[in-house]
Design a protein around this ligand. Sequence first.
Ligand SMILES: [Fe+2]
Ligand SMILES: [Fe+2]
Length: 288
Amino acid sequence: MDNKELILVLNRDLADEHAAILRYTVHGYQEGEDTPTGASLLSRAREEMWHMHWLGMIIGKLGGEPDMKPAPYPFDPANRSTMFKSYIDYEKKLIPHYREEACRVEDPHIRRVLEREAWESAVHAGKFNKILKRLTPAEASGKPGAEQKLPPEFISRLQEIIKSKYTQMIQSIRNAWVFQKDAKMGWQVMDFSMTKMKQLAHVAEEVAANGINPMFKTDKLDLSASLAEALKNAAEDLQKTRRDHVELQAGNEIKKHAGLALNIELTVNQEEYEEAEIKEWIHGLKGS
Ligand SMILES: [Fe+2]
Ligand SMILES: [Fe+2]
């Protein structure tokens, strides 16, 4: 397989892993992370994040542009039983898929990654099967997600915030992969993407607990080939999301949700910290 084809193949896998992360995260939030089913789904989602990350690092190292758009995740949403059956099918299909790809690749690291994604997909299928068997009849025929408690306008506001933070997070993951040659900077950018993931979770969990799919959609991404440009945009974007969070804090509805209010305050402080750090990195780049 030549480099161009390899990047294409890995980008398709990247999109599949991305889709799995979103599906298990949303379902996990809907169950609640303090339930055994929810905790297990979120644990799978975290493993899919490793899978996506290994592929992204390889694509970046090969000089490719990672495709940050998730593939569709086909599943039957009728009830928990059909959902978990779909997840088992999805994971099972990936086993021969990754094995076949691994056979076509010469690089030993890439081959090992693909083989690992194959056997970890088998583990995932097994874990989902265990959940499926453990479901009570009422759980099996029911759907996750509670009825709506938050006012619709507040939900739409939160959805906009989710979309912006999701875009910011995806953007920084992309930057960490693409600019990995500068190992220290790549790691610092990845470190911030993890904070963003947590900030996203504060709001997305709230929306999902209302039985609504959080808006895990990206605005246009900046595919800049220059690290300085990417950092400048990252700092500007943080100002925008911080403004949105401050606006949310000023509203009345948030005052009724003490936990969320506290997390938004934390996010605002973290955004201020991140912007200051990034500005210093930009300064450092200019000096070098
Ligand atoms: Fe995976
Ligand atoms: Fe998986």
